[in-house]
Design a protein around this ligand. Structure first.
Ligand code: FMN
Length: 270
């Protein structure tokens, strides 16, 4: 009889332990973000929805509520003075999350200052940090590299970024990003690798110009290009020269007749 009790107690203990393990395994991710004009908020909310994550906005005590020029000026002045904006206390208990998605608009090639305040004020050591951002032309790569340097005790990995001009593409791209990285369940057809870069043809220069010609902050000339194609889309990775510097420019074009080439991202941290 005593033996039976012991066995029952052991079974109860084991089942508790396995439930605990399941709970831990299912622990939610946190999506935390700063957004000045709403683009990064839209991406954060889509991530929250697809991940079933918790979400919180980072807010500056003195909001950046000026227009683009006023924000540039304030931000440049703060940078010159080495001042970081004070942020409101974050409500989430960060110790409850192993995985934290940190989102921001790219400002001057890196994460916006309220996010710098956040990562300075809170202990993120031992966390898996996944970056995401929105930008005029690019900066996911450079801002992630900056965050890796700023958080050497965290495991910072590059997540998802989108040009604000293409924000309507974010839900489908986020689904691809999360599924292809096994962050949520589901199958996706993986995009093929780019071919080795070759000197650009006239036709490829015309595609580059059609995609990027209107964008005022990019003055690069394409030199080489690698390509990849699916049934729906052709992807171009241009190597381009801007003021003696090489950078990479991503362009994509739908395979249907008359599709307009889209400029999707500039990679400058190469
Ligand atoms: C002060 C400032 C600096 C910026 N710097 C960059 C930049 O270096 N690269 C870039 O691609 N976009 C830059 N942008 C554009 C923003 O990244 C872009 O508008 C972003 O989508 C805004 O996100 P939000 O709506 O979440 O605030 C800058 C915008 C501001 C206000």
């Amino acid at each position: 009889m005593r033996k039976l009790w012991l066995l029952a107690a052991l079974a109860a203990l084991l089942s508790c332990a396995s439930e605990k393990k399941q709970d831990e395994g299912a622990s939610k991710a946190l999506v935390i973000f700063y957004s000045q004009t709403g683009a990064t908020r839209a991406v954060a909310e889509e991530l929250q929805k697809q991940l079933g994550a918790d979400i919180e906005a980072i807010e500056a005590v003195e909001a950046y509520d000026g227009d683009f020029q006023a924000t540039i000026q304030r931000s440049q002045q703060e940078r010159a003075e080495g001042v970081l904006p004070e942020i409101k206390p974050v409500e989430a208990d960060l110790s409850q999350y192993d995985v934290i998605f940190i989102g921001y608009p790219v400002w001057f090639g890196t994460f916006a200052p309220p996010v710098e305040s956040f990562i300075k004020n809170y202990d993120l050591s031992g966390k898996r940090i996944i970056t995401f951002c929105t930008f005029g032309s690019g900066g996911l790569d450079s801002s992630t590299a900056d965050m890796q340097r700023a958080l050497p005790d965290a495991d910072v990995v590059m997540g998802y970024g989108v040009r604000n001009a293409r924000i309507e593409s974010a839900p489908a791209e986020i689904e691809y990003f999360l599924k292809s990285n096994k962050m949520v369940e589901g199958e996706v057809d993986l995009l093929p690798d780019y071919s080795a870069p070759q000197p650009v043809s006239e036709e490829e220069i015309a595609i580059y110009d059609a995609a990027c010609g209107d964008y005022p902050m990019l003055h690069a000339q394409p030199v080489r290009v690698g390509k990849a194609a699916t049934a729906a889309m052709t992807y171009y990775l241009y190597e381009a020269e801007e003021n003696g510097q090489m950078l990479k420019v991503k362009v994509q074009v739908g395979n249907e007749e008359g599709a307009k080439p889209e400029f999707t991202e500039v990679l400058r941290a190469i």
